[in-house]
Ligand binder design. Sequence first.
Ligand code: ATP
Ligand code: MG
Length: 317
Amino acid sequence: MTNIIEITGLTKTYSKLTALQDLNLTIQRGEVFGFIGPNGAGKTTTMRILTTLLKQTSGEAFIGGYSVAENPNEVRRLIGYMPDFFGVYEDMKVWEYLDFFAACYEVPFHQRRGMIGDLLDLVDLGHKRDAFVESLSRGMKQRLCLARTLAHDPQVLILDEPASGLDPRARIEMRELLRELQGMGKTIFFSSHILSEVADICTSIGIMEAGKLVAYGNLEEMRRQLQVHRLIQVRLLGATEPLKERLLHVPLVQSVTDGTAVELTPDIVRFDFTGDDMELSHLLRDLIQEGLPIISFSEEMGDLEDVFMHATRGIVN
Ligand SMILES: Nc1ncnc2c1ncn2[C@@H]1O[C@H](COP(=O)(O)OP(=O)(O)OP(=O)(O)O)[C@@H](O)[C@H]1O
Ligand SMILES: [Mg+2]
């Protein structure tokens, strides 16, 4: 079975408020799925249902083929959950903390010592083995919390904002750690507000807004779904008029301007393109075949924040 997480029609309501509405999502084994959305979008609600901590109002969710509502114990064995807050564990040393969770997961005593060493090495906290948990920095606590979710060697990691509150360096370290876990074959489902951080480690991304999934796919697919316009810039040898004239007859092209209009150098033409990569390459081929003296042809990438803002403005329904 390649689909390790399957969510169909998942809905959660709190009296009048719909926290999650008809969520459908499939995650394959080994994927790194970034679950993005602003505050209150329904990310934590979804993750708490997946981790069997919260009951859905309707719909179903399966992990490894087990229903989260019907077979919570089987599901818990398959998943490691990192919640969005770190509890208070006064007077506990780092190794005791991991030992405690490993014991909760019924890892046999004789295996725990070696396992704790391995986990601490993985999250780069070996030197803090005997430190008190309370004395760790926030980034270290977050890494320790991640180590704890790995204590029973789960196949699926469900991580609620693992990088929140971290400084830029600690964020990069967290990202590296997620990559390493992906390399170990784990499926990772994690939430974040920060799109640009998830983009390069995620195999797929879902954008939530007010309880609804408004976009899903890899970044390219999402751009396409959202029809985020692509801005193409062409530099020409000589006059721009023939190209401008030609582009006006291409259905996928909108709003053609030349450099003089936007204070660029006058040998540049810019246009909005609503087609896909293949259509764009065909257009370039045709223009060159027709003898237009093109020096460069490039796309100015709308960044991730554009995709996010488009999605969360409800442009897609
Ligand atoms: N126990 C509850 N009772 C009533 N409403 C709740 C409860 N828990 C969550 N909600 C509401 O459900 C909606 C979704 O909340 P959720 O915590 O899932 O959002 P989120 O995407 O995780 O947001 P954040 O980025 O702030 O963590 C919010 O409107 C929230 O107020
Ligand atoms: Mg949340």
